[in-house]
Every structure is written in structure tokens, then in C-alpha cells.
Design a binder for this molecule. Sequence first.
Ligand code: ZN
Length: 185
Amino acid sequence: MKYDILINKNNKIPKDLKFDITEIYTKYNPHKKFYLEKKAYKHFLKLKKEALKLGYDIEIESSFRTHDYQKKLFEELVESKGYEYSIKYIAKPYTSEHETGLAIDICVFKDNEYVIEHDLESLDEIKWLHKNAYKYGFILRYPKDKIDITGYNYEPWHFRYVGKKLAKYLYINNLTLEEYHMNKK
Ligand SMILES: [Zn+2]
């Protein structure tokens, strides 16, 4: 797998893409099976360890999704909210990074509860992650100031593994994966 692969509404996951997926443990939900791409998981564990040294307890809230599961999520939302609404909030099957195993949604364990999604925005844990995740090969995939480029609303919790070298390059130059691929052409 190429770790710089661009997946978005216009760039579907190739049908023949092979995932090197491994079962992972997250205390966010110890009774459910979670999976992630092997290298992404290895580096997440290092990131988590580093965060813990500062007292920041981060966990994985959502990781790999099968195409069928992504389809189910999308169809359920269409059923209740309609197509126009759904298309803005959930990726169609084969267009979600979660289907590659390279994306994680982070949650933070704080004051005996899990903080997720937009409630994370103001936490020191998340501010630290946004500044340091690149050292472990992760990028904040949908930043606030790049909505027009990514086509996604700000998601302070969604990180994408791209490998250390590329993550550093994107972080330092304030680039999204979309911009990186545009420049490459
Ligand atoms: Zn996500």
C-alpha cells in the first residue's frame, strides 16, 4: 500500500488495494473488535505513549471500516436524513479513508469520561496532537482552514497515517493531501 494514497469524494479506493490490517485494542470499547493497518497502529502506539508522558490519555474511537459497514452507515443516514444531508456528513462506500485502515478518530479520556468529536476542540490534548502527530506519521486530515480544499468540515479528531517523512513535509508546509497530490502532477 502506498501511504500517500489520496482518498476523497473524487478519488475512490481502488478495488484491488490490499490492506495489511491487524486487530487492535482500544479501551474506548474493549468488547468490540477494532482493526487498523499494521504500520499505522505501530506508530499510533508510540504516539499514545508519548502523550501519556504528559498525562494526555488518548484512545482510538473509530478505525478501520469495511466497505459494507461504510455502506450501511451511509444508507442509514440517507434513510433518516435524506441524500443531500448525508452526502455532507458521511462518505459513500469506497470514499472513506477509514476503509483503508489508515485513518483514526481520536478520543480523549479525561475526568473519567471520553471526550469525542467537536467537544475535543479546546482540549490541551488535542492541541498537542495537532502539533505533534506528524512526528509519528499522522496528519490532521480535515483542518479548519482547508474546508474548501478537502471538501470536509473541520474534524479535529480525524487523523490519517501517511508515514513520517510525508507527515513532516505536509505539517511544515501547511498542506493537505489534496494540495500535495495537485502539486505532484
Ligand atoms: Zn474519521
